[in-house]
Design a protein around this ligand. Sequence first.
Ligand SMILES: Cc1cc2nc3c(=O)[nH]c(=O)nc-3n(C[C@H](O)[C@H](O)[C@H](O)COP(=O)(O)O)c2cc1C
Length: 232
Amino acid sequence: MMKRIGSILLAVVLLLTLMGCTRSAAADGSLQADEPQPSPAAAPAEEEGAPAEANQKSDVLVVYFSRTGEQYNVGVIEEGNTAIVARMIAAETGADLFEILPTDDHYPLTYNELTDVAKREQRENARPGYTGQVPDLAPYTAIFIGAPVWWGDWPMILYTFFETNGDALAGKTLIPFSTHEGSGLSGFDKKLSAACPNSTVLQGLAIRGADAQNDRDGVQEKVKAWLSALEY
Ligand SMILES: Cc1cc2nc3c(=O)[nH]c(=O)nc-3n(C[C@H](O)[C@H](O)[C@H](O)COP(=O)(O)O)c2cc1C
């Protein structure tokens, strides 16, 4: 008799154990915390047609060129004046950022030497090279493009950018901005239109470099007002 009761108890324990094993998922189908999670290798492959440029988060891009070191009116700076404005625009619009960096960083860090190099490049109508991979411009509908005014014009390295990417910039909306110490926008918009005749150029913004360094709240207000007038 005792042997028979023992067999029944064993059968019940076995049955309960089996039931426990089959509960591999909760009622809603979600996995239980103590279960092995799918390994990354088992995750679905990236969808076809996903953007090739991994960093692309927005359909707006801010491209800028800017220098640190000794700058007019502000002494030696660690964050370039144009870089400050570029980052404000990106923060306000959620845009991606791309900085144009000169090949071999060939621009001097002292103001007088830099003005000499810039003047020579302008006189020679040079096309200085830049480093870094320009992001795929295809996904961007609007591109803000900013630089310091150098001798009343875009730094020549910007013309390298316009010409190298001429086809990719065609059909885009381009929005120029400058930092300067008195010359304002210096015709950046008209010069941009001439360099990129198949793009639409919107109204630009000019900010004093010293204000970018020393009056960030004031500059932020100007940036916001300009963006809002452009409906960004
Ligand atoms: C080579 C050079 C040329 C410049 N030419 C002008 C100019 O023609 N008009 C002007 O208002 N400011 C001029 N500046 C001042 C810069 O435009 C200004 O300091 C700018 O904010 C620098 O920006 P960054 O720090 O982004 O390089 C010049 C500065 C340099 C270095």
